[in-house]
Design a protein around this ligand. Structure first.
Ligand code: ADP
Length: 470
C-alpha cells in the first residue's frame, strides 16, 4: 500500500474512532439525562395523584360522605388549577391490595398495567392503545401503594410513555451520524492533502534520483527548498553519500588511468626488446643478452608495481584484526635486518617498550618503504637515521636522511599515487610511485599521520605519528 493511502487511512480511522467515541459518550449522557428527568417526572406524578386522592378523601370526610377507593371514576378527576385531568399524558391504574383493578385511566382503554412489586421502577414494553391503535409502547413504569391516615387503601400503577425520549435520542443519533459522515469525508480530504504535502519532497527526490538513471553523472539533490525535517536530513545524508560515491568514482577512474599509463611504459620496453631479440638476437648474442637483462629488469618493476597496487587495494578500513604491537621492538628488528646490508643506517637504540594497536605486517611495510626510500636517495657516504619520541600519548617515529632532499613544490604531492619527483629517473630506479601513498593509507588506518620535512640537497625527514596503546 502506498504511504499516502496508508497515512490517509490511519488519519481517517483515528478521526472516525474519536468521533464515534465522543458521540457515543454524548448520546449515552443525553439518554441518561432524559431518563432521569422522566424518573423525576413519574415521581412527581405519583405525589400529585396521592395528593389528589388524599384531598378527595378529606373532602368526603368533611362532608360526611363515604370515600370509596374502589370508585371506577376516581382517576377522572380534573385538576382545576391546571385545567387538565389527572391522567393527562400518563397511564394510571388503581388496584386492590390483592391486585384487583378498581379504576383505570381512559388512556388505557381496555388494556391493563401489570401489578408489580411495590416500589418497582423501570421500563416495560406493553401493548397499549395509542393514536395509531394498539401498539407495543415503551413506558417508564412505577408501582406504589396508596394510603390514607396511615391505612393502606390500594395500589397505584403509573406509566409514562418513553416515545418522546426515544424520538429525541434517535434524532440526535441521526444528526450525529450525519456529522460523523461529514467528519470522515473531511478527514479523508484532509488526509490526502496532508500526506500529499508531507510526501511531495520525497516524490521530488525520487524523481531527481530517477532522472540520474542511465547517466554517469551523479547530480546532487536540490535541498534548497527542503525544510530542516526528517526528509530534508535524508536528502542531505543522501547528498553526502552521493559526493562520496562521486569521489570514489573519480578516484577509481584516475587510479585506473594512472595505473594503465604506468604499466604501459614497461610493457612497451619489454615489447621493443623482445622484437629486437626476435629479429637480431640470433646473429648478435650480445644484443640478446642486453635485451633480456632489460626485460628482466622491467618485469621485476612490473612485479613490484602490481604488488604495491594489490597491497593498496587491500588496505581496507578493517581494524578488527589489530593487535597490541611493541613498536620499538618492531623498529629494532627491522634495523637489525637492514643494518647488515646498509651500514649507513643508524638508530637511537632503546629497549623501552611502547605499544600501539596495529596490524603488524602493514606497519612493517610503512617503515620498510620509508627506510628504503631514504637509503635510495642517500649516497653511500650519507646516513639514514631512525629516531623516536613520545608526546601526549602519541609516538613520533622519524626516518631522516641527508640525501638529495626535495623542493617545496613536491612535498604536497609525494603522498599521491604514482607521483614521482623526477619521473624518468625514478622509473629507471624501479620505483612504482605508490610507496608513500601506501605509507599514508596505512598510517591513516591506524588513526595516525605522516609528515615530511625536506630541503633540496640537504635531506628529508619523514615522521609517522601513532596513538600509543595503553
Ligand atoms: P617510489 O615507490 O617510486 O619511490 P614513493 O611514493 O615512495 O614512490 O615516493 C614518491 C616520490 O617521493 C619519489 O619520486 C621519491 O623520489 C620521492 N622521495 C621519497 N622519499 C624521499 C626521500 N627520503 N628523499 C627525497 N625524495 C624522496
Amino acid at each position: 500500500m502506498k504511504i499516502k493511502t496508508s497515512l490517509t487511512l490511519w488519519f481517517t480511522i483515528l478521526v472516525s474512532t474519536l468521533m464515534f467515541i465522543s458521540n457515543a459518550i454524548v448520546l449515552f449522557a443525553v439518554k441518561e439525562y432524559l431518563y432521569n428527568q422522566k424518573v423525576d417526572e413519574i415521581k412527581e406524578r405519583v405525589v400529585q395523584v396521592e395528593k389528589v386522592i388524599n384531598a378527595l378523601a378529606i373532602d368526603k370526610k368533611e362532608s360526611k360522605e363515604k370515600f370509596d377507593i374502589k370508585d371506577p371514576e376516581l382517576l377522572l378527576y380534573t385538576l382545576t388549577d391546571q385545567h387538565t385531568t389527572l391522567y393527562e399524558g400518563a397511564y394510571l391504574q388503581v388496584t386492590s391490595l390483592n391486585d384487583q383493578i378498581f379504576s383505570k385511566s381512559p388512556t388505557l382503554e381496555k388494556s391493563e398495567l401489570p401489578v408489580l412489586k411495590d416500589g418497582t421502577i423501570g421500563t416495560l414494553t406493553l401493548d397499549l392503545p395509542t393514536k395509531k391503535g394498539k401498539t407495543k409502547t415503551k413506558i417508564l413504569y412505577y408501582s406504589t401503594t396508596l394510603a390514607f391516615e396511615n391505612i393502606l387503601l390500594a395500589k397505584l400503577q403509573i406509566g409514562l410513555p418513553l416515545a418522546k425520549n426515544d424520538k429525541l435520542v434517535s434524532e440526535l443519533l441521526f444528526f450525529r451520524l450525519i456529522e460523523i459522515s461529514i467528519a470522515i469525508f473531511i478527514s479523508i480530504l484532509f488526509g490526502i492533502f496532508l500526506s500529499k504535502r508531507a510526501l511531495s519532497p520525497m516524490v521530488k527526490i525520487t524523481d531527481e534520483v530517477n532522472s540520474m538513471e542511465g547517466k554517469n553523472l551523479l547530480k546532487l539533490l536540490d535541498t534548497k527548498n527542503l525544510d530542516n525535517d526528517e526528509i530534508g536530513n535524508l536528502a542531505k545524508t543522501f547528498n553526502s553519500l552521493l559526493s562520496r560515491i562521486s569521489e570514489a568514482f573519480e578516484f577509481q577512474k584516475r587510479f585506473v588511468s594512472d595505473a594503465s599509463h604506468e604499466l604501459r611504459s614497461p610493457l612497451t620496453t619489454i615489447k621493443g626488446y623482445a622484437q629486437l631479440i626476435a629479429k637480431r638476437g640470433s646473429e648478435k648474442p650480445e644484443i640478446a643478452k642486453e635485451g633480456l637483462d632489460v626485460i628482466i629488469q622491467e618485469v621485476e618493476r612490473l612485479e613490484r608495481m602490481v604488488n604495491d597496487m594489490l597491497t593498496l587495494a587491500k588496505t581496507g578500513r578493517n581494524t578488527t584484526d589489530f593487535r597490541k604491537v611493541d613498536i620499538i621492538a618492531l623498529i629494532n628488528s627491522l634495523f637489525d635486518q637492514l643494518h647488515k646490508i646498509h651500514a649507513n643506517l643508524k638508530i637511537d637504540s632503546s629497549n623501552e617498550r611502547i605499544f600501539v594497536k596495529a596490524d603488524e605486517d602493514s606497519l612493517t611495510r610503512v617503515f620498510i618503504n620509508l627506510i628504503d626510500n631514504a637509503l635510495r636517495v642517500t649516497e653511500k657516504t650519507g646516513f639514514v637515521k631512525i629516531s623516536w619520541k613520545v608526546e601526549d600519548s602519541y609516538i613520533f617515529i622519524s626516518i631522516s636522511d641527508n640525501g638529495i632532499g626535495m623542493d617545496k613544490e613536491h612535498l604536497e604531492h609525494i603522498f599521491e599515487r604514482f607521483y614521482r619527483v623526477d619521473s624518468s629517473r625514478e622509473r629507471e630506479k624501479g620505483g612504482s610511485g605508490l610507496g608513500l601513498a601506501l605509507v599514508k593509507d596505512i598510517t591513516l588506518m591506524h588513526n595516525g599521520q605522516v609528515f615530511v620535512e625536506s630541503k633540496k640537497g640537504e635531506g628529508s625527514t619523514f615522521t609517522v605519528k601513532l596513538p600509543i596503546f595503553i
